[in-house]
Design a protein around this ligand. Structure first.
Ligand SMILES: C[S@@+](CC[C@H](N)C(=O)[O-])C[C@H]1O[C@@H](n2cnc3c(N)ncnc32)[C@H](O)[C@@H]1O
Length: 311
């Protein structure tokens, strides 16, 4: 939008203007824009008129690219109208009537994900997929490209994913790494991951307690990956995230990395970064990367912690 927000935007919750700006500039893809607006507005009712109005203003300002992007988002909204009902149902299972993950025991969390994945495998792991496997596939590839660009993947890499869900990263990455181990508290997630990865011999999948990294041996992984799982670990209990980070340090080999995509949903980027720096230092992991919004098709912050070789 222009530097001074139009008066009519004042009736919308904080954050809507920033989302429209990200849509206009193309910094965020349409599916993420719609998911953000859905969460901010509590439904789809006002999204169409908001996008139409912002599109008209962009046209009037001569911002044809921005107007085209808003029109694409509005078209996607019309095409995927039914997906938002699924998204609402998945959210109700996972978060109840709160906007963020509620503070619950690992066993209740597992039961919630067990139910959510039966409703929609794609929306239960990524609301922003709108339940569409093509959209989810694009986001998976963009995130994988970021891991590649950081030199975190290669033929000798042994990967552990905490909270692997339906195994989309196992499926995408296993062909290019030495081994991929996925663990999850939800037995139904693991069942679906098994089905998806049945023809990948270097994929190991297991249900975990959610309390620690179980029987995985010290120094047995080069990369520990956690995509949108830490926010649930953080919500489960104050000490559990710290415990998991020290467990990651234990199972990583020297020179290995912990890659966290979203640490906590209820704190800002700087707070998560400072906390990860402190907890990482205590565990023997150095925070070597922190980016607030590195991707267009996934909404959140990326953190890389490195296990330094002892000097
Ligand atoms: C939002 S989903 C993301 C799944 C997957 N990472 C992806 O992006 O497709 C979060 C997953 O984390 C799992 N989870 C939550 N807490 C966990 C814990 N303490 N240990 C292992 N998995 C956990 C949930 O069961 C769920 O499958």
């Amino acid at each position: 939008m222009s530097n001074s927000p139009p008066d009519w935007l004042a009736e919308y919750p904080a954050g809507v203007r920033e989302t429209l700006d990200a849509a206009l500039s193309g910094r965020l893809e349409a599916a993420i824009v719609l998911t953000r607006l859905f969460l901010a507005l509590g439904g789809t009712g006002r999204i169409g008129s908001l996008l139409s109005r912002a599109e008209s203003e962009s046209q009037a300002r001569g911002d044809r690219d921005g107007a085209r992007r808003l029109r694409c988002a509005n078209d996607l909204l019309s095409r995927e109208a039914a997906s938002f009902d699924t998204m609402r149902d998945v959210l109700a299972i996972l978060h109840g009537d709160t906007a963020r993950p509620p503070s619950v025991e690992a066993s209740s969390l597992a039961a919630a994900f067990d139910a959510a994945v039966e409703l929609s495998p794609t929306a239960s792991v990524a609301l922003y997929s709108l339940g569409d496997s093509t959209l989810l596939g694009g986001a998976t590839q963009e995130l994988a490209a970021l891991l590649h660009s950081r030199g975190l993947l290669g033929p000798p890499t042994r990967v552990l994913e905490i909270g692997c869900g339906i195994g989309r990263f196992a499926q995408a990455l296993a062909p290019e790494v030495a081994s991929f181990t996925g663990i999850d508290v939800s037995k139904n997630m693991i069942r679906i991951a098994h089905e998806r990865c049945a023809d990948l011999p270097n994929v190991m999948l297991a249900v975990t307690s959610g309390h620690d990294l179980g029987t995985h041996a010290d120094g047995s992984f080069d990369l520990v990956l956690a995509v949108d799982s830490f926010p649930y670990i953080v919500a489960t209990g104050p000490g559990l995230a710290d415990k998991h980070i020290s467990e990651c340090a234990r199972v990583l080999t020297d020179g290995g990395s912990l890659a966290i995509f979203n640490f906590a949903y209820d704190e800002d980027f700087g707070t998560s970064r400072d906390r990860l720096q402190r907890v990482g230092d205590e565990a023997g992991l150095s925070l070597v990367g922190a980016e607030p919004n590195p991707l267009r098709s996934w909404d959140g912050s990326f953190f890389q912690l490195l296990k330094q070789s002892p000097t």
